[in-house]
Design a protein around this ligand. Sequence first.
Ligand code: GRG
Length: 280
Amino acid sequence: MIFLDELNKKRELIEENLNQTLIHQLSDNSELLDIARYAVLNGGKRIRPILLMETFQIFKKNNDKEALPFAIAIELIHNYSLIHDDLPCMDDDDYRRGQFTVHKKYGEANGVLAGDLLLNLAYEIIAKELFCFSMKNKIKAFQIIAKAAGIAGMVGGQFLDINKNVDTYEELEMIYHKKTGALIQAAVLAGAYLGGANESDIKKMEKFGQCLGMAFQLRDDMLDWKTGDKLNADLFLSKEECEKLVEKYSKTAIESIFSLENKEISFLHKFTEFLINRAV
Ligand code: GRG
């Protein structure tokens, strides 16, 4: 199948399931549900759930239903972080994915609540899965996602972004790793654990996730170069230097998945290049 067709098929599966998740579980509170749906069902790229599903499939070529709830949960966590990140007390953004941010449309308190709802729903979905068989890998995946979303990852990175004076590129990288990289890495690792990867392959996926996360964020910075008001690699690097770093991280990420033995990685390879070379 052509890469873009394959990607669209994977996206459709995520879209359908996000849609179902937000219909069934929250039907007793339709206004809050409308806000959550506005925030989630609006054209996100669905990178993290696709990475999770794909990594799972690399290690366990069977029914992907086992990994799907985790993929949906990680996308909900990502969407909560975007709603909260856009709030006036954080980045104060009016637009997200080409439409008004949640607080701009529904008010600040409702933005906070919609984000809280998505985060809790994510954990509720995962917790439900833990009752099923092969629990050990599921608990590990749960732990990885929760850790990456919390103080050691996204929330901690956001705190440093807001509160710390960033003086060097090394400090910026550390913040990027927590704020953006940790959840991307968690998607990859959760998929690998759920798929039953061995320790040596987990280490390779850890490296892959870390380098992909950094290359993705630096590419994102390049798409938003010299905006002036935000933490961005343009504070420390020339565009050429940044491009070189994107190339370095991409190369290491791709080498890591090529070092997996006897695994079908062609979609993940193409998806990695697609993410790193994207123009939007
Ligand atoms: C508020 C707890 C809390 C954390 C916020 C992730 C984050 C931390 C803020 C998002 C702001 C931002 C621009 C971060 C850089 C990472 C990034 C490029 C996020 C956007 O991810 P995409 O491109 O978005 O996957 P879509 O819209 O496709 O889902």
